[in-house]
Design a protein around this ligand. Structure first.
Ligand code: ASP
Length: 322
């Protein structure tokens, strides 16, 4: 490319980044609408509109294959800042789980910063007789091969948590995959599936209103959220060391101009201080990120470390998909 043409292109990109955003931004959520990832994304875009100059930001739910369909869509989108991805821990589990993953992590993405850490809960259909974890455990052991465990597909948070749960109990269950845990929750409430491990952002309201049976939180310490503070940990109920927390982060396709990455990162960091966002997150047991993972480099490093951590767990479990 001639020097002048290159200079013109560089100037065009810089001006584009300056004007960004001048049209609607789409945030892909790789799970069904109404679930925990969707909930975080909708609250976040609401709070990001203002710092992005009252931008129009829309959510597109692209569920399937534990979040890999939606993530793949964003990896291949134009790197212009108008297609972003809000994804969870699945970003780090997919590389070990899928032999034919249509994208690479971290190579195919720009890292825009992490949003929150979210504990999970073990919940059951309302008609289950067991009212506490000890009774549930006995029921699972008495019904080996018959218990249905809902999840959002291979690599989803619910899959990971369910996998660790089965390993801890040394019992195999029939897993029922959905495009997200919103439809899974509908079936749990209807009694079509027995149990599910899901983010507090999806289960708190159901637990509070007594619509599901709640058995445990998946963190080492009990939670302080008013609605969940009496729920014991799995660790304290015989599953020593059981500890799963899910995180969410924001991504763009690789090659998105740095000025755009910085602009979205700054808007996201502003949004994390928005009083309405903070209130919603706290009420549902989520913890807003305040550490180095707020930066693009810190976010990237964390995901790379998580890929190594979960890759080892998944390989040990002998799990993979084609
Ligand atoms: N909670 C789901 C999961 O298991 C994802 C979702 O529906 O947001 O990963």
């Amino acid at each position: 490319m001639k020097k002048t043409a290159f200079a013109a292109l560089a100037m065009g990109l810089a001006l584009g980044a300056q004007a960004y955003p001048d049209r609607p931004i789409t945030v892909v959520v790789p799970f069904a609408a109404g679930g925990p990832t969707d909930k975080v994304a909708r609250d976040l875009i609401e709070a990001m509109r203002k710092p992005l100059g009252n931008a129009t930001i829309v959510i597109e739910n692209v569920g399937g294959a534990g979040g890999t369909v939606g993530a793949g869509r964003v990896a291949k989108a134009a790197p212009d800042g108008y297609t972003l991805l809000l994804h969870h821990i699945g970003m780090s589990t997919a590389p070990a789980l899928y032999r034919k993953l249509p994208f690479k992590v971290p190579d195919d993405f720009e890292f825009l910063g992490m949003v929150n850490d979210v504990p999970m809960t073990l919940v059951g259909r309302p008609t289950l007789a067991a009212t506490n974890f000890a009774d549930l455990r006995k029921w699972i052991n008495d019904n080996k091969g018959k218990v249905n465990l809902a999840n959002a597909g291979l690599g989803a948070a619910s899959h990971l948590c369910g996998l660790m749960f089965q390993q801890a109990l040394a019992v195999e269950m029939t897993t029922v995959p959905y495009k997200g845990t919103a439809p899974a929750m509908t079936d749990l409430l209807g009694g079509q599936v027995d149990i599910m491990c899901d983010q507090t952002t999806n289960t708190t309201v159901q637990i509070e209103s007594g619509k599901v049976k709640a058995y445990a939180v998946t963190t080492l310490k009990p939670l302080t959220t008013p609605a969940l503070k009496n729920l014991p940990t799995l660790d304290s109920q015989g599953l020593k060391g059981f500890n799963v927390t899910i995180w969410h982060g924001l991504y763009a396709p690789k090659g998105t101009p740095k000025a755009v990455v910085d602009k979205v990162n700054a808007a996201m960091r502003d949004a994390l201080k928005d009083p309405a966002f903070v209130k919603n997150e706290e009420a549902l047991g989520a913890v807003i990120v305040t550490d180095d993972r707020l930066t693009s480099a810190g976010h990237r490093k964390f995901v790379v470390d998580e890929i190594a951590k979960w890759g080892a767990v998944i390989k040990a479990a002998g799990q993979y998909a084609d």
